[in-house]
Design a protein around this ligand. Structure first.
Ligand code: AMP
Ligand code: MG
Length: 182
């Protein structure tokens, strides 16, 4: 099956959707951000995963390269990551050329929901230090991610599937995601 990349803006529920879709299948699951935070902590750069996107762009890039090197060695895997990371300087590509070369994904899943739904979910989640984005900014971020995903597709030949994870419709999202990992 190779590498499937699953993306979606913070708070959309991408981890939940993909873990459910992969249940009972012989496929492992890796969160790019978790590998990255371990490396960042070892280097004593940050204490918390939500601090990483505020590091200098060069530091984020170096962490991204190291993480891609590790994750790229894993086979038959779903990689939970981001099409773009929202930094104070703008949207940073989550899968620039050097990451794509390591991962060589065959499919990219984008988990989406209505901007208002995402806004409400973030407000409820106190476990994370989410950005206080407006509904309009959330919409912008999702649009940027679609554009980024298609550019990654042109570089790799990966397919791009949008999966809607609307409120109270997790099962629908899981069903939509399933064919990608079968
Ligand atoms: P997450 O747990 O998916 O929200 O990821 C935590 C953090 O890891 C993100 O906020 C980013 O700082 C970082 N991260 C995850 N994926 C990437 C990527 N592909 N490129 C750069 N940074 C990433
Ligand atoms: Mg997640």
């Amino acid at each position: 099956m190779g590498v499937i990349v699953v993306t979606g803006i913070p708070g959309v529920g991408k981890t939940t959707v993909m873990q459910k879709a992969a249940e009972g299948m012989d496929i492992s699951f890796v969160t790019f951000g978790s590998v990255m935070i371990d490396i960042a902590k070892e280097l004593k750069l940050v204490k918390d995963r939500d601090e990483m996107r505020k590091l200098s762009l060069e530091q984020q890039k170096q962490l991204q390269i190291k993480t891609a090197g590790k994750v790229g060695k894993m086979k038959n895997v779903i990689v939970d990551t981001h099409c773009t990371v929202k930094t104070p300087k703008g949207y940073m590509p989550g899968l620039p050329e050097w990451v794509l070369k390591e991962l060589q994904p065959t499919a990219i899943v984008i988990v989406e929901a209505d901007p208002q739904e995402i806004y409400n979910r973030r407000a409820k989640d106190t476990t994370r230090d989410r950005d206080p984005d407006t509904v309009e900014k959330i919409m912008e971020h999702q649009m940027m991610n679609r554009a980024a995903a298609m550019s990654y597709a042109t570089l790799t030949g990966a397919t791009v599937k949008i999966v809607y994870n609307h409120d109270n419709a997790l099962d629908v999202a899981v069903k939509e995601a399933e064919p990608v990992i079968q």
